[in-house]
Design a protein. Structure first.
Length: 282
């Protein structure tokens, strides 16, 4: 494994078509939006998808979805204890966690469980990801749906059980911008390597493989473009903010309501001395 010697920034554009990219549980699972109608996908949701792809690629993951658990453990504390059992030294505990699980050395993790015998620590990960925001306001549609059979026995006087009725919400179309960075100083502390960075890049490019569901049918979510910036120094040639601003998507002049990626012009402002790798996503 080679040490990460260069700061990395990245920008990805994700399209959502007739799907719920990230539902809000406090709002009836409607797609997330801000007060101005722009769509949102939380950074937690994006990291979940990256973790799932890491797992698909054969890497050990600490924060596993319950339905994707591949080691039989039902909680994070059990998973932590299986590796760091009886370790009381905080530095050794952190070192082993970073070496064992790729997502810990990538995103960081707080270890504070009852069965760690007094050991608690926090790991700051080198990969930071912003929540994704849509380029234009999104149009959300709601559809009432029914089941063909009662889930529960219907109450007296009911023609059908109340749980037969439900709602499904989706974004008609939205183009979302994901921004992120990889910090070399934090990478040194967690052991995050250049090879690990290449895994993150591939996970971003293929983020929606094996992610289909009733709310996100296959083909409804796509990584349209991924832009990968590798600096020539640890601190970087430009600020992350400037690099993220250099990549933009603008609605074409004759389009009022976007309905596909073709309604946008995506461009990258060249920054002297900084190479950008442009990739098609999946």
């Amino acid at each position: 494994m080679s040490t990460l010697e260069k700061k990395i920034d990245f920008v990805a554009f994700v399209s959502v078509t007739m799907a719920n990219g990230n539902g809000d549980p406090l709002n009836g699972n409607r797609p997330r939006t801000d007060y101005n109608g722009f769509g949102e996908i939380s950074d937690v949701c994006i990291k979940r998808k990256i973790r799932n792809r890491m797992q698909d690629l054969g890497h050990k993951i600490f924060v596993q979805s319950e339905y994707r658990s591949d080691d039989g453990f039902g909680s994070l504390s059990e998973r932590a204890s299986s590796v760091m059992k009886n370790i009381k030294d905080r530095d050794l505990y952190t070192k082993m966690a970073c070496e064992t699980w790729m997502d810990v050395r990538t995103f960081g993790q707080v270890f504070a469980f009852k069965d760690t015998k007094g050991v608690s620590c926090g790991v700051r990960g080198p990969v930071s990801i912003h929540q994704a925001i849509s380029i234009s306001p999104v149009e959300i549609e709601s559809m009432q749906i029914t089941k063909s059979v009662n889930g529960e026995k219907k109450d007296k006087g009911e023609s059908i059980a109340s749980d037969r009725m439900g709602m499904k919400h989706f974004v008609r179309f939205g183009l979302y911008k994901i921004k992120g960075s990889i910090n070399t100083q934090l990478a040194e502390k967690t052991g995050f390597s250049y090879e690990d960075a290449q895994v993150v890049k591939e996970c971003l490019r293929t983020m929606f493989i094996n992610d289909a569901s009733a709310a996100r049918p296959d083909g409804s979510m796509e990584v349209v473009k991924l832009y990968w910036f590798e600096h020539n120094s640890k601190d970087g040639q430009y600020s992350s903010a400037k690099i993220h601003r250099s990549v933009s998507a603008v609605l074409k002049p004759d389009v009022m309501v976007p309905s596909s990626i073709e309604d946008y012009d995506i461009s990258v402002e060249p920054l002297e001395g900084l190479h950008v790798e442009e990739m098609e996503g999946i």
